[in-house]
Design a protein around this ligand. Sequence first.
Ligand SMILES: [Zn+2]
Length: 326
Amino acid sequence: MFKAAAEDSKILLKKRWNDTMRVYKIEEHIHLIDVETAGIKNFIASYVLKGKQVAIVETGPTSSIPNLLKGLEELDVKSEDVAYVAVSHIHLDHGGGVGTLLKHLPNAKAVVHQRGAPHLANPEKLWQQSRAVLGKITEMYCAPEPVPEERIIAATDGMTLDVGGGVRLKVVETLGHASHHLSYYEPLSEGIFPGDAAGIYINEIDVVVPTTPPPFRLDIALTSIDKLMGFEPKVLFYSHFGKACDAVNKLQVYSRQLKLWAKIAKHGLENKENLETISGKILESDVAVRKAKEYIEAHQILSETVLGESVQGIVGFVEKYGEVLT
Ligand SMILES: [Zn+2]
């Protein structure tokens, strides 16, 4: 009888915990953990790939590492089984938590673009720059902790991370959003973890919006999108947020969307319009952004980043490099 009561309370505990934390099985070998940074759901995803060992793609920021650890526990992941913690780039919402997470995973190596590696080892400059750019948002993310140099793999294009059982990740250099950005192709699912190279997917309304903060390189970003399309992926596992089918189409649409924004920015600059006016015109012309308007405005972080920083990034590119490729 005691045992039954104990079992009941265990079930209850699990249920209660699941009400607040969400772990989804999205492929036979892949789970998504919603790390719920600052209590915001459906914003930052961390992915757990199970082969013989385990790989994690994206950590989210330092502040939500306790949530990620709870998710790993829920998935019965043994801390010593994690071989890789791969991040798309070092921006705090993607790789900010690596240093903290690695303290809990004795055998894991951090995988990051070679240009991002020094910043994982010495995150002070990254933290100061993030504070300058993101202001109050950084308080929700918290400061990154350093990763010991010997635990960092400075990844290059084409490198493969193998966790056994047929589960592999192929490193795909996809610059543009940042000068040190990687995506990962996963052959079993024929899926891609695009980081921020494919925009922000608002899964609740099935819409993609740009994430193109300065110093954004549109020309390079478009090449990266083409490169991802070259894999003919079936699914995308967005860091923001979740799994989406119809991957090639989503990439094509994103590419067109970026070109549209650039066209509006070019026209705006020629007519000496300010950022606000250009932003307004983007909102008028871009069906996806219009559809996402209410969602973005109600969202603490997206409201500052999408129609503010992302517009700035595109305008900055057009100002500096002039004519855009169409
Ligand atoms: Zn991001």
